[in-house]
Design a protein. Structure first.
Length: 122
């Protein structure tokens, strides 16, 4: 019985040692979601409260920020507000940088979530 337990233990230890410790998964974004360059339309999602709607006006330039995997906030670019679309969306155009879905546009103390225009127009 002890011999079978030893063999089972050796097989189990060998199995766990041969398994990869880290499995790196990769997810690919469609090309239109990897980044919006200058001149591309994007939409900004907001909660729809009056104070957030009043914080920005048509023609305003907002700075866009991105959080990297190390939790550092970096400037990703700038966008210009083109028009207000509905209760919760603002249409904007990329002025500078490489803007991605999930980036945050900031105007004073107000933040807007950047979404690609393709999701809104469908």
């Amino acid at each position: 019985m002890k011999a079978k337990a030893k063999i089972l233990l050796i097989v189990m230890v060998s199995f766990f040692c041969l398994m990869p410790a880290i499995s790196a998964a990769t997810s690919y974004f469609p090309e239109e979601l990897t980044g919006a360059k200058a001149g591309t339309s994007v939409y900004l999602f907001h909660s729809g409260t009056a104070e957030i709607k009043d914080a920005a006006a048509t023609g305003d330039i907002l700075t866009v920020y991105r959080e990297d995997p190390c939790r550092t906030v970096l400037e990703a670019g700038k966008i210009r507000i083109v028009s207000f679309g509905g209760d919760n969306y603002i249409r904007a155009e990329v002025v500078d940088g490489n803007i991605r879905p999930g980036d945050m546009a900031r105007k004073g103390s107000v933040l807007y979530l950047v979404t690609p225009a393709a999701f809104i127009c469908k």
